[in-house]
Ligand binder design. Structure first.
Ligand SMILES: C[S@@+](CC[C@H](N)C(=O)[O-])C[C@H]1O[C@@H](n2cnc3c(N)ncnc32)[C@H](O)[C@@H]1O
Length: 339
């Protein structure tokens, strides 16, 4: 049978060309376990509408659910004779409302759809792909104001983050509380702090919530945890083998070090100091997905650091085809590795 996906439109036409590259690659990874395999993936212009089209056996319910989790999927259709598009909508279901991720707008935010794609690539490249619709645990060790955490919660995952900027932590805590209250989501929150060898290392806020009041009462909840601290202390904040997937959009260029705003560390030094802790918090069979600007960081550098800490980098086929234009100074790529 022939299926067609209408990708989310994008106001910036040049970025939409990037969305198309990402959409094809994500589709290949998400459908890698379909039997028989999905074939003839291409773009087709149907009655003036550009659609991502492919051939597959009649889709099972779980497969429809997978296709609806594709980050750029706006609508899925069965394509019949004479360009008749039959919509398949019944599997579109988020655990949490999408606006939790859209409300905050700020400089340096990673776009929601790209963040969603990184989570999907991580889950479907891990040994836990069969549990993609269960409550997996996702960590963003450089989480900014929390886009990854929100996208993970929308998908029904537990989410955790680490961020060095104190203001972001305060904003995150305030925003979440207001958001839950406004939408009448039931929640519980608590705080923790961390020190090591007599030195204060970080503060954590933990939220527990659920999609419905009934599930909340039954304790079928999800957790959102956010630490204000240095990512090199991730292991101290979260502990051994806690996460199925680690996802982060790496900072571009030089970064503030934890010892003071006036000092800077290079991104590869930062990664060399942090990767061991990240790898230790990852479950065996779990994956790390890193997005980076390939004008300022090379894949070989990242590959070396990931390999040094026992992670196997996916370097075949589609995993080498993610490089895409974002803006003049940013050509973005993704690297994926498994523990
Ligand atoms: C590209 S931004 C991530 C943006 C995030 N995805 C969002 O949408 O808000 C990278 C983040 O890494 C943070 N960062 C840089 N050095 C860090 C460190 N040593 N520990 C923790 N976070 C750090 C920066 O403050 C920045 O917020």
């Amino acid at each position: 049978m022939t299926y067609a996906i209408l990708l989310y439109p994008h106001a910036n036409k040049r970025y939409y060309e990037s969305v198309k590259i990402l959409g094809v690659n994500e589709l290949k990874i998400l459908t890698a376990y379909f039997v028989p395999e999905v074939t003839n993936i291409r773009f087709e212009n149907i009655g003036g509408l550009e659609l991502l089209v492919f051939e597959a056996a009649e889709l099972e319910e779980k497969e429809k659910k997978i296709l609806y989790s594709l980050s750029s999927n706006f609508a899925l259709f069965e394509l019949r004779e004479n360009n008749y598009l039959n919509p398949i909508m019944q599997q579109r279901a988020n655990y949490f409302k999408e606006d939790i991720s859209n409300i905050l707008k700020y400089k340096g935010k990673t776009n929601e759809s790209f963040t969603d794609l990184m989570i999907n690539i991580g889950v479907f490249s891990s040994d836990f792909y069969g549990d993609f619709d269960k409550a997996l645990s996702i960590l963003d060790p450089m989480c900014g104001k929390g886009t990854t955490l929100f996208q993970a919660l929308i998908k029904g995952y537990n989410a955790a983050g680490v961020e060095i900027t104190k203001n972001y932590y305060t904003e995150f805590e305030n925003f979440i509380k207001r958001y839950f209250q406004f939408h009448r989501y039931k929640y519980e929150s608590s705080n923790a702090s961390f020190s090591h060898e007599g030195k204060k290392k970080g503060n954590k806020v933990i939220f527990e919530t659920a999609d419905t009041i009934e599930n909340y009462k039954k304790k079928e909840r999800r957790t959102l945890q956010y630490v204000n601290g240095d990512t090199k202390d991730t292991y101290l904040f979260y502990g051994k083998e806690k996460f199925h997937v680690i996802v982060t959009d790496l900072p571009y260029g030089v970064q503030h070090s934890s010892t003071g705003a006036s000092q800077f560390v290079k991104i590869d030094d930062l990664l060399n100091n942090s990767m061991e802790g990240w790898a230790r918090t990852l479950k065996k069979g779990g994956t790390i997905v890193l997005a980076y600007n390939n004008y300022t960081l090379k894949k070989e550098q990242l590959e070396k650091i990931l390999t040094k800490y026992g992670l196997s980098v996916f370097s075949e086929g589609v995993y080498n085809e993610f490089v895409h234009w974002v803006e003049q100074a940013v050509n973005r790529d993704i690297i994926v590795a498994k523990k």
